[in-house]
Write a protein that binds this ligand. Sequence first.
Ligand SMILES: Cc1cc2nc3c(=O)[nH]c(=O)nc-3n(C[C@H](O)[C@H](O)[C@H](O)COP(=O)(O)OP(=O)(O)OC[C@H]3O[C@@H](n4cnc5c(N)ncnc54)[C@H](O)[C@@H]3O)c2cc1C
Length: 401
Amino acid sequence: MQETYDVVVAGGGPSGLQFARELTDRTEFSVAVLEAHAELADNDKSTGGTFEQVIQGYDVPDSVVMADSSGVIFEGPSTSERLDIPGYVLDFPAFLEFLGEDIEANGGEVHTGVRVTEPVSERGSIAGVNCLRDGAERTVSADLVVDATGDSAVLTEQLGMFDRDSAQRGIGKEYEAVGEFERDEMLFRFDHFDAPGGYAWTFPAGDGVFKVGLCWIDDFYERHRTDASRQIDDYVERWAEHDDRWTVDSVRETHAGRVYSNNSINTRAIDGLLAVGDAVSSINPLFGEGIRPGMESAEMAADVAIDALRAGDTARSRLAAYERQWNDEKGGAWKLQRAVGELLYDFTATQQDRFVRAAGGMSPTQLDRLQRYELTIPDLLELYPFRLADLWKAPTLARHL
Ligand SMILES: Cc1cc2nc3c(=O)[nH]c(=O)nc-3n(C[C@H](O)[C@H](O)[C@H](O)COP(=O)(O)OP(=O)(O)OC[C@H]3O[C@@H](n4cnc5c(N)ncnc54)[C@H](O)[C@@H]3O)c2cc1C
């Protein structure tokens, strides 16, 4: 590892790796990714459910796709609808390794086992990072630093760019199971019995392999749980074992993590530093999809970074073009989605069923908008199972808009 690079990326998840991939593919700038885990593949957070924008948009090879999914099933407590939204299930660790290999093939460096600890400032601008490798402290200097440390938000939090306290907090856990599984759709079940304040899922993952898990938003879990002694593992176990549509013979991996989602209109650029992915809460607040938005944020950031590096000027005045683009294209939509999420995960059982039925009645154009998170207000009104009793939620929701 050198002492100086043009660009240092902290964190080797999908967002940081895609940022480094864009840079190394399109320029000759020296780029190093610093990843805390011993291997990129040790990031065991994600289920890897994704859509064609990632597979086609970022040239993801078939070799890291475990399964194609022919559609999405939405289920409520007593209803089920199939939505014609095709998707893909990634082998997440293999996907990360593929991105890392691509970076190295283009002359970039990926250093694992390096824990970034703090930003280094010079004359008011970020000029590098301090990190730990094999217990030894190192300083690595760069013209541009990128925080892509996911929900650890190692640099953004210290720099006041990530407000953990105001974020909506969630948790997810899943098993990668071996057993009998006949479905070829991604199933999402909205039912407080299986996943209080969230949803449960099963995804196909190749012959005799599937992913079975659940997530919830902490506030709504508190409101909808019926047994405070049950932990998320108890729920995953019950969901895995007690639904007779599949049989778990063994669990070959577990994946888990926390999710922090704020209104996503964040500061994403300061002098000498950009932030991408979950380090600035790019994750979609409605369904907790983070790979696609994280990679999109990386691509947007890379376009601006390349111009800035070529101009020899990585001041915020230049880098903020990325922040403006994100806020215009996603930030406002994410604010609305957070409000919709707060309704969805607080629905009664009847509302969950009505929501699922309404989703099942959407036209192909509306489904395309749903998949892209571009639902219009009339779409949302059509989906929303209104109850007079929900009026008291209006002031809370207005805070997000
Ligand atoms: C259980 C679960 C299931 C999920 N399923 C899906 C799904 O099916 N589809 C989907 O799109 N999204 C899913 N998500 C969300 C998705 O995984 C994340 O949003 C996505 O991984 C974010 O990418 P990222 O690169 O921003 O951050 P991360 O993937 O979190 O990567 C950050 C990287 O930074 C490293 N790092 C952290 N601290 C340091 C440090 N100090 N120094 C150096 N490196 C550091 C970490 O080790 C990690 O490798 C899921 C999340 C959870 C918790």
